[in-house]
Write a protein that binds this ligand. Structure first.
Ligand code: SF4
Ligand code: SF4
Length: 135
């Protein structure tokens, strides 16, 4: 659940306000977002992923952690390098490798016939599993 907006790092770009699917944030008068409806957060991490300056922290639990938790403490989250931690993990941001390029999930060995098989395959697919020549 969204826990912290690091106000000193925020550049008031509004991106988190726009990407949040459940409208958790309100834009403050200074442009820095305010967590206005925390209970509406669905812990999707999208705001953290999209924040260009790693100014947000979404905790990995789906309920508020409470004021005494280190997960709600700016200094503790800073010390542990957790602002934008999800964004770093998925490899978004300058100098990072996109997670999709590091994915080690099994490669599809077989694919079902595609509706497009009625069309000739693009030449770049010839000889690949995506090529389904008509019998
Ligand atoms: S984690 Fe998802 S639902 Fe929660 S504030 Fe961020 S974008 Fe909104
Ligand atoms: S995306 Fe990041 S920098 Fe932009 S308004 Fe939200 S917290 Fe601030």
């Amino acid at each position: 659940m969204i826990e912290i907006v690091h106000t000193a790092a925020c550049v008031a770009c509004d991106v988190c306000v726009k990407v949040c699917p459940t409208d958790v944030f309100e834009r403050g008068e200074d442009g820095v977002p305010v967590i206005a409806r925390q209970s509406d957060c669905q812990t999707c991490f999208m705001c953290e992923a999209y924040c260009p300056v790693d100014a947000l922290y979404v905790s990995p639990v789906s309920a508020p952690v409470g004021a005494d938790s280190p997960h709600a403490d700016v200094d503790a989250v800073l010390r542990n390098g957790l602002f934008g931690g999800y964004r770093e993990m998925v490899g978004w941001g300058h100098g990072r490798t996109p997670g999709a390029l590091l994915d080690r999930n099994p490669v599809l060995k077989a694919v079902p016939p595609l509706p497009e098989s009625r069309l000739p395959p693009p030449s770049t697919l010839a000889g690949s599993p995506w090529n389904h020549p008509a019998d």
